[in-house]
Design a protein around this ligand. Sequence first.
Ligand code: URA
Length: 486
Amino acid sequence: MRSVDPGSGFESWRVAAKRLLAENVDPAQVLWEKETDAGLFGPNTVAETGAAYGTNVPADFVELARSVSCHCDPSRWALLYRILWRIVKDGERRLCMIASDPDIAKALRMQKNVRREIHKMHAFVRFRLMETDEMTGRETYAAWIEPEHHVVEASAPFFRNRFANMDWSIFTPKGCAHWDGSKLSFTPGIEKSPIGNEDALELAWKTYYRSIFNPARVKVKMMQTEMPKKYWKNLPEAELIGELIEESRQRVQGMHEEQPRLVKPVARNAYLGELKAMSNVVPCTGPSGEQTLEQLAKAAESCRGCPLWKDATNVVFGEGPENARIMIVGEQPGDKEDIAGKAFIGPAGRLLDEALEEAGIDRSTVYVTNAVKHFKWKPKDTPRGKIRLHQSPGKGEIDACRPWVLAELQRIAPDILILLGGTAARSLLEREVKITKERGLIDAGSLAKRVLLTVHPSYLLRVPGSERKSAERQLFINDLKLVVPR
Ligand code: URA
């Protein structure tokens, strides 16, 4: 029996696994040790192991292994090595495509758990303002959350993109993430929330400060000009400075002098607006981590995150099986949907149903929802009387509703996510999207295994001329066929 240390995560496991393969060590002969959480986020993990990328294994295995390695089950390393062995030594190169294989089925379940956990992080991290720097006015936010799996690193880029212009730390027992406006860094997990406990918070921030301290760049004189000594006494990390400078004299040897990095300018209003949008949406009851889909739908009835509820008849929440492999996100309910309280039952819904059927997708197996849950309209007089004229939701309304869509996505954790039109894309990709430019399968990080971006069916209703209409309809069906589960 060979006892092997998987190291601090996917990259170091990969190096160890590659070595074992080269030595022909059978999976049954390997005892993978349990890594400690302190080992995660250790220094230089990637740099030390970058060479491991040379292994010639199918890309679908690498993607699966990356997710599975974030799972908390200690048996994951043995499972991954067994799958790797079967691919490389037994020549089962298409193994990852066989969902019924017991090893793959287990790995896919783990991947799904990890994806759900990442979505949970995205939806339920709540930042609190911790301090405002007296000299610069810059504010620091902190959040505490207890994920079940090791998803802090995987979910951190989402927060960096959304809250790029504020300093923040997310503390968790499975590792902590920190953003200083220019760089993400990670420190080991802590057992209890430091928020509200000044000593614990100081300690957590000292650990972070130690992790980002770069001895090659210590210029004591410069530091004192930037941050005069008289201020040091109020900074938790300041008492480390002397000690770190001393240590740096040894650590600096062998390190190359780095070019200074440009620090992004701060535009604070942007993130304050975001934070407001995030927190305004939940003045009442949800979404929260524990609610079922049914409870979420109920909680959304009392959402006052934007003014659209005032003119709507019903909140229209998503519908479909909780274990759906496909989730479809549209724009917002229309007139018919608003009255019935059900998504996609009007003309656009009928077109969607037909297209799904022609593509070979059974709507009853799909979870269907909208980016915005209330109907936005304005009254219009027509020869046939007054009608409620559809209005496209604005950015603020899309942002305010996003936590609900993320909560649905987290519960469903679909393999396939279909975004119909610009509003759905803006909601989940969090950027302006030109459908004509990006239409098709897109890379959308951890949202789902496959993400399809396509037109909204109501666009097809508006296309002029029967020939063009039917051509556009066919293109839409072709798009849907790209994600038909086999
Ligand atoms: N359009 C949508 O985006 N959603 C609906 O539910 C109906 C029309």
